[in-house]
Ligand binder design. Structure first.
Ligand SMILES: Cc1cc2nc3c(=O)[nH]c(=O)nc-3n(C[C@H](O)[C@H](O)[C@H](O)COP(=O)(O)O)c2cc1C
Length: 196
């Protein structure tokens, strides 16, 4: 039986420019999305959704980024505009994960937002498990009103991430990881009293 922990212990984001064709499609993409959306979700609200951007839609998305960037930065050079237009072309598949957390009598918005983050993380794990690579990015356009509107993201929704997916040309060297002792500590409860 393969060791399930090894892929988790060695997973690395692969930058979009290192992600080539082929991208997952058909039944494989369905499997990826099924795993991606199998996340903890307090109250079963499914407070997130996913938009797929691929094929020629990437070019249209690039045109949109170039237009919005150009309008916001009238002094931008032709190279800068071309750079923005090329962003979505870096990888063959982009999944836009939208957090649609809403007011709820019992489930705080924060918990709904966390569930969307879990979808993003699961997407990365599922992509790797299926032999692909991915990167979770927001860049400037996740926060831009015109781009959000074009993606049908409502004002009270947020883009949790654009997950760029494809077949890795190479995988970068690992980055520095947190020292466990810096981020993990034991709580003993000794000497603690609730304030009354
Ligand atoms: C919500 C979120 C947004 C991110 N947005 C960006 C981004 O816009 N640009 C970037 O270079 N990295 C961004 N990152 C970080 C990348 O995902 C980065 O490649 C990753 O942290 C590398 O770590 P890993 O190899 O452990 O996945 C973002 C991470 C998160 C969680």
């Amino acid at each position: 039986m393969p060791n399930a922990i090894d892929p988790l212990a060695t997973r690395r984001s692969v930058p979009p420019l290192l992600l080539n064709d082929p991208a997952p499609e058909g039944a494989v993409l369905d499997q990826l999305l099924t795993v991606a959306t199998r996340v903890p979700d307090h109250g079963k609200l499914t407070p997130w959704r996913i938009r797929i951007i691929r094929g020629a839609a990437r070019e249209r998305f690039g045109d949109l980024l170039a237009q919005v960037f150009g309008e916001a930065n009238p002094q931008a050079s032709a190279e800068q505009i071309a750079f923005e237009r090329a962003r979505p072309m870096r990888s063959p598949l982009i999944l836009c994960v939208v957090s649609c957390a809403r007011e709820h009598v019992k489930i705080p918005r924060w918990e709904q937002t966390l569930s969307a983050a879990a979808v993003c993380m699961n997407t990365l794990h599922a992509a790797q498990a299926l032999g692909f690579g991915g990167s979770w990015l927001t860049e400037w356009y996740a926060y831009d009103a015109k781009v959000r509107a074009a993606l049908d993201v409502a004002e009270d929704e947020k883009i949790a991430g654009f997950i760029y997916i494809g077949t890795p040309k190479s995988v970068p060297e690992d980055r520095q990881r947190p020292v466990l002792a810096d981020v993990v500590s034991e709580w003993t409860g000794q000497g603690t009293r609730a304030e009354s």
